[in-house]
Design a protein around this ligand. Structure first.
Ligand SMILES: *Cc1c(COP(=O)(O)O)cnc(C)c1O
Length: 393
């Protein structure tokens, strides 16, 4: 802390800075409070929480659970310990069979990570790669699948958190379906805020986690899978602990996780799902994030910053701003001074341009976005950064 900054800091109710990051993110007091209990993993109350959590997550994609749904339209939720990457690895490792081949749609670090997962597992895969500031090229995908003899599965990233870009998932799903392939989605940073309806977008599995738009704490991911696809995947998995079929069967059997569950994380997630539903589900949460994003982008442009993406490609999750050319702008100094005053931003992860990122998600709203902008303006003034424009491309 520098002199006098402490009394100016705009902290959350627990005295922590606001996290303008893509997760972990700022959670509500009630979500944190829900962790102040111990449960045995066989406790009836805890088993009820798990059942309710799995049903509520399936409901978010409109995938009916239970016998009422036609067999092929039934989806199930398989939760898994770990961060989001664990469940992406489990999804690819379980659903792609040994004689299958995966095409990975890449326009950022999370698509690249799926390629690395497949390389590590020794799975057959190809990549369709594009620059980070461009959405998935659906025509190129169409050509690729028309020419390919052996691609069976396609993996797509819903919102590529690297840039904040929204990929055209509906059109990707149509092309994938028309070629008889199976679509696997990493919707980590979009799930719960951007619509994904299994009745409109044909997919076999989607992976997401507790600590992004659903506003829980980190520690678990989940995969929502078409029941027929998951049943057919028995024996595929490359790993014991990341085998989604075994995890699913254990949960269906006795309602318990196979291995030690992160009980406090799950209790907090149950509370976070209550808050999600009270806010109006995907529509309500998405609306708040869109408003956060609008205030942020307008405010930063008014200060002279440039966004990486045009508005029509921008998802309301995290925004990439180009680094100003002014040599007085140093990201480390900027970051530290914002942190001292109660706001944590995020470094850039792009290869195409020097940049930094500011998130719009978590338990925060217009008031925090406006306050963050005021602090950004003050810090830029102190740093003497008068020209916030970026280098010409
Ligand atoms: C956050 C994120 C992940 C998972 O990252 P972890 O650090 O393992 O939680 C995967 N894909 C996308 C698009 C993400 O935003």
């Amino acid at each position: 802390m520098t002199d006098g900054s402490k009394d100016k800091a705009a902290a959350t109710p627990t005295g922590d800075p606001w996290l303008l990051t893509p997760g972990p993110l700022t959670t509500s007091p009630a979500v944190k409070q829900a962790m102040l209990h111990d449960f045995g993993s066989r406790d009836g109350h805890f088993i009820d929480i798990n059942r309710r959590m799995r049903e509520r997550l399936v409901a978010i994609v409109g995938g009916a659970a239970g016998a009422a749904a036609g067999d092929d339209e039934e989806f199930v939720c398989v939760p898994l310990q770990g961060s989001g990457t664990f469940v992406v690895e489990a999804m690819l490792g379980t659903l792609v069979p040994a004689d299958g081949k995966l095409l990975i749609l890449v326009n950022g670090a999370y698509g690249q990570r799926m390629a690395k997962i497949c390389r590590t597992m020794g799975y057959a895969f190809e990549v369709q790669e594009q620059p980070e500031d461009q959405p998935t090229d659906v025509n190129a995908l169409e050509r690729r699948l028309s020419e390919s003899q052996d691609i069976t599965h396609v993996a797509a990233v819903h919102c590529e958190t690297t840039s904040g870009i929204l990929n055209p998932l509906e059109r990707v799903a149509e092309v994938v379906q028309s070629h008889g392939c199976s679509l696997l989605i990493d919707s980590m940073s979009a799930f719960g805020a951007l619509p994904l309806d299994s009745r409109k977008v044909r997919f076999d599995a989607v992976a997401a986690s507790s600590n992004k738009c659903l506003q829980g704490v980190p520690g678990m991911g989940f995969c929502i899978a078409r029941k027929t696809a998951l049943s057919a995947a028995a024996g595929n998995a490359h790993s014991l602990s990341l085998d989604l079929v075994e995890q699913w069967q254990a949960m269906e059997g006795n309602g318990q996780w196979r291995f030690t569950p992160p009980v406090q994380v799950i209790a907090a997630f149950d509370k976070a799902l209550d808050e999600f539903e009270a806010e109006g589900g995907v529509a309500g949460r998405g609306a708040r994030y869109r408003e956060n994003c609008r205030i942020l982008v307008e405010g930063m442009r008014a200060l002279g910053f440039e966004t990486l993406l045009p508005d029509h490609l921008q998802a309301p999750i995290i925004v990439t701003f180009k680094t100003p050319v002014d040599p007085r702008f140093q990201f480390e100094v900027f970051y530290d001074r914002l942190r001292e005053r109660g706001y944590v931003i995020y470094p850039g992860k792009l290869t195409v341009a020097d940049s930094f990122r500011i998130g719009c998600i978590g338990d925060l709203g217009p008031e925090q976005m406006r306050a963050a902008l005021a602090v950004i303006e003050a810090v830029l003034g102190e740093m003497g950064v008068s020209d916030r424009s970026a280098a010409a491309a």
